[in-house]
Design a binder for this molecule. Structure first.
Ligand code: AHR
Length: 325
């Protein structure tokens, strides 16, 4: 009798399993995670590290997410490979923080054809059809540049300005639009000129290198417009080595983009004149857009993160110490 019940139990279990795997898939559970394929562009700056942390802290398993992140190490080809692997895996959504603005048409069309929605985060992509992505959440880079130019105008009325322009990686939205704002500003002012345009690729090492090379030939400038904080840190090292003073009462006014805590500290200490905020904490905004998408709500095509300007007068030590990046 006991043997009869064991056989019955075993048969019931086999029938149960057969039901579960009829379509070849694993049995569904109530705790299935929402899978996000995230292609991060790289880890070139403190800003980027904070941006990555924000995504990791936001999309946790506890909250029902499975975040699969690939770091492209600044190479667009690596991003294409990551996105194609997300398609093969059949993730629920793809988030891309693009390196370059151009070149996305083919791969985004492949994602579109696979029926997977895409969120573009931080920078933008320039594609023939905006339907290839759901939404773009990030910074208003042109607005950041324009605010910096307006501030400079207000500080230097009538002064002759020779501006050294330290640019980020060519072809990225952050570089293109911050550069556009400055170039427009220079064209609009007879008393402004560019002392030079050099590229520091958004890194401290290249910022230092480019600045050192420039200073070996030309020290005749009174403004440094640096397109991110890490390049500014490198440039400042080069200025120190060349004996050029900067900041409050110095030869060179410094404008820097990002407003990381280290840059804010320099500003508070009178070494940097203006910090233009670029907020890397974008995970919660991406999460809200995913919530709207899953709820079938209308989603705005472009969402800008709120950002501010900081001069010494806007800062306190408490504010700087409270900054998480
Ligand atoms: O796209 C955001 C920019 O890229 C930030 O200014 C910079 O620090 C980063 O590397």
């Amino acid at each position: 009798m006991k043997r009869f019940f064991s056989i019955l139990l075993l048969a019931a279990y086999v029938i149960f399993l057969a039901g579960c795997f009829r379509d070849g898939s694993a049995p569904e559970t109530d705790t299935e995670l929402f899978v996000i394929g995230f292609s991060q562009s790289g880890s070139e700056s403190d800003w980027r590290l904070a941006n990555t942390d924000s995504m990791i802290e936001t999309f946790t398993e506890d909250k029902g997410y499975d975040l699969q992140m690939e770091n492209a190490k600044q190479q667009q080809e690596n991003q294409f490979a990551a996105v194609r692997s997300f398609i093969l895996e059949g993730v629920d959504i793809i988030v891309i923080a693009p390196t370059m603005e151009e070149g996305w048409d083919t791969v985004l069309k492949e994602v579109y054809d696979a029926g997977i929605p895409v969120i573009i985060m931080d920078r933008s992509v320039n594609v023939w059809n905006d339907d290839l992505y759901l939404t773009n959440v990030g910074s208003d880079f042109l607005g950041q540049g324009n605010r910096a130019v307006e501030w400079l105008e207000g500080q230097t009325e009538g002064e002759e300005l020779k501006i050294l322009h330290l640019q980020g990686t060519y072809g990225t939205t952050a570089q293109l639009l911050r550069s556009q704002a400055l170039e427009d500003g220079v064209s609009a002012h007879d008393n402004w000129e560019l002392a030079g345009q050099i590229c520091g690729d958004f890194t401290e090492a290249k910022g230092y290198e480019a600045m050192t090379e420039f200073l070996s030939e030309n020290t005749d400038f009174n403004v440094l417009y640096s397109e991110n904080d890490n390049m500014t840190f490198g440039a400042i090292r080069a200025l120190d080595e060349a004996g050029i003073t900067y900041g409050e009462g110095g030869q060179v006014r410094i404008i820097t983009f990002d407003a990381t805590s280290a840059a804010l500290q320099l500003c508070f200490d009178g070494k940097v004149d203006l910090c233009v905020e670029c907020n890397p904490l974008q995970g919660p905004s991406v999460e809200e857009l995913i919530r709207q998408y899953r709820a079938g709500e209308d989603i705005p095509k472009q969402v800008y993160i709120e950002e501010a300007l900081f001069t010494k007068d806007d800062l306190t030590q408490e504010l700087i110490d409270g900054r998480t990046y």
